[in-house]
Design a protein around this ligand. Structure first.
Ligand code: G4P
Length: 534
């Protein structure tokens, strides 16, 4: 039995056993395959192949759109809960495509740790680096899984060096690979002095661990050919001399990452990684909020919305707000205060996401992710509490990097378009700006593919064909400052001013020069590229 070791004995056991995490990786590194094996070993699915369809769908654009249409699959995959040993794992999915990075960033505010999957042949790739940087902003603990070791892979020391240098984090090997490529046999488990051999015959089976007494145990010669054993001994000796040893505190603080080597498709190394998440991934952590932080052990319930998904079921215009519970023990039917509007909401149909199904959540604890169907009241960044006025902080809204004007194909449908755009803005799928000059809207996104997804969703969900046009603006910044200074600024810059869906003032820019000019001419005005959603 793994110990539910907690640095925080004040946590009730139900909370202490929760591990809420995300997987970050570059497309194709094996995130879907690994997720599937997690679910398999967590008993949430019976056979491999059930979530595969998703990975395949991701690979091409048109299939991706199809997947978006098929909200059932993509949504139940947004957060998945399953048990592993005495732990409850909540795996929160991050969209794989880089165009959805904003959504991904917000998702990472809802987890306590991240598993970084890298391809053993490719090392640290661009998307991994970007996501890692986001985790670093929050000092999230990161556990690394080096996948595809059954294929030709890079030298183990090279991989470790690359992570250390590229990501500026200490790396400590939790396991050490034996052989490479076709000769890859398995790993030596450095944490438990065990030999783990891969079963190439059955991809869903995990061979029994072999207990040994250190690297000099004669039993090793029975399992490993002499030349490979000599290499293993030499490499492990070097690794122990050169690389830092595992320091659980440094892992928790995000300064060190343990690395496991394996092959997700062969189910190899996955259980050791899951044990690692249970042991070194933290229990639910305090949530930053204003005017005070929220601790998971508090008896009163507090949760915040980090994602909203509209029109999940095309037959009903419902939306689901994904809420991370920051504290307390939630039970179905509870009445919670919606802090932004100060109204009470009875949460009667909360859902939990279990692999491919969703089911009514009778109860949930701090650390869990629940879905709350609603008609648009719940927005990203909103907080639900048992009465106290707390505002979750640190859920960013990013300045869009691409702007386009948008028009309804049929001009008579302009009002409908406005409604659709506002809904997507609230969902966080795009930024929508109403310029202070002229009619029409400007839509801002972080990645170009979002325009296509948006156009297809507006057509599918609202029956409105739309056209995007080139905009003279290229970016937007939120305007901050004392009221008088802001008023003066707005008056003299009307051509650049617009309002976001919350009515907040933004400054539309064409060139970096515009921003420099404001900084020079208006020292009382601050232009920001992110807006915390409160
Ligand atoms: P992603 O979600 O990170 O994008 O990756 P995904 O799991 O879809 O895996 C990408 C490809 O890598 C898939 O191959 C998958 O089978 C393969 N893969 C995953 N883990 C391993 C591993 O441990 N070893 C090897 N050799 N391959 C692995 P594909 O050909 O694109 O799809 P498929 O035909 O296998 O389904």
């Amino acid at each position: 039995m793994l110990d539910i070791a907690s640095n925080r004995p004040e946590l009730p056991p139900e909370i202490a056993r929760r591990r809420t995490f995300a997987i970050i990786s570059h497309p194709d590194a094996g995130k879907t395959t690994l997720t599937e094996k997690f679910l398999l070993f967590g008993g949430a699915i019976q056979m491999a192949g059930q979530v595969r369809a998703k990975g395949e769908a991701r690979r091409t654009r048109s299939d991706f759109m199809q997947m978006e249409k098929d909200r059932g699959i993509s949504v139940s995959a947004s957060a998945m809960s399953f048990d592993f040993k005495q732990f409850r794992f909540n795996l929160v999915d991050t969209p794989g495509h880089s165009d959805f990075s904003e959504d991904t960033y917000r998702t990472l505010t809802a987890v306590d740790a991240a598993v970084m999957v890298i391809d053993g042949a490719k090392g640290v790739e661009s998307q991994t680096r970007k996501l890692f940087e986001v985790c670093r902003l929050r000092d999230l603990p990161i556990l690394t899984f080096c996948n595809k070791m059954d294929r030709e892979s890079r030298d183990t020391f090279d991989i470790i060096d690359e992570i250390q240098e590229n990501l500026a984090i200490d790396v400590t090997p939790a396991s050490w690979p034996i052989g490479v490529g076709r000769d890859f046999m398995g790993c030596y488990d450095l944490l438990n002095d065990r030999l783990e051999l891969m079963d190439r015959a059955d991809r869903n089976k995990v061979a029994e661990s072999i207990e040994i007494k250190g690297l000099d145990d004669p039993l090793l010669t029975k399992h490993i050919p002499a030349d490979m054993l000599a290499t293993l001994r030499e490499e492990v000796e070097m690794a122990r001399a050169l690389l830092p040893t595992l320091d659980p505190q440094a892992v928790l603080e995000g300064h060190m990452t343990p690395i496991w080597f394996g092959s997700a498709i062969n189910s190899f190394g996955v259980k050791e990684l899951m044990d690692g998440i249970a042991t070194y991934g933290p229990e639910p952590q305090p949530q930053a909020a204003s005017p005070r932080a929220v601790c998971p052990e508090e008896t009163k319930v507090c949760g915040f919305v980090f994602k909203v998904q509209a029109n999940m079921d095309p037959k009903h215009r419902d939306r689901v707000a994904f809420v991370r519970l920051a504290s307390g023990h939630f039970t179905r039917g509870m009445k919670l205060t919606h802090v932004r509007t100060k109204k009470t909401m009875a949460i009667s149909n909360p859902v939990l996401f279990l692999a491919a199904d969703r089911e009514l959540a009778e109860e949930a604890w701090a650390g869990d992710i629940i879905g709350i169907p609603n008609h648009g009241q719940l927005r990203i960044g909103d907080t639900l509490t048992e009465g106290e006025l707390l505002y979750a902080t640190g859920i960013p809204s990013f300045a869009p990097e691409l702007l386009q004007g948008v028009r309804a194909g049929d001009p008579l449908k302009a009002k409908h378009l406005e409604k659709a755009l506002m809904q997507f803005a609230e969902e966080g799928a795009a930024k929508v700006f109403k310029p202070s000059f002229g009619s029409g809207f400007i839509v801002g996104v972080v990645g170009a593919l979002q325009f296509e997804v948006l156009a297809s969703r507006i057509e599918l969900e609202y029956g409105l064909p739309v056209r995007f046009d080139q905009s003279q603006f290229t970016s937007a910044r939120w305007v901050k400052g004392e009221r008088q200074a802001v008023e003066k600024f707005v008056d003299s810059n009307k051509q650049h001013i617009a309002y976001d869906h919350d009515g907040d003032i933004v400054y539309l820019t064409r060139l970096q020069w515009d921003i420099d000019r404001v900084e020079r001419d208006y020292p009382d005005i601050k232009l920001t590229a992110t807006k915390e959603m409160m």
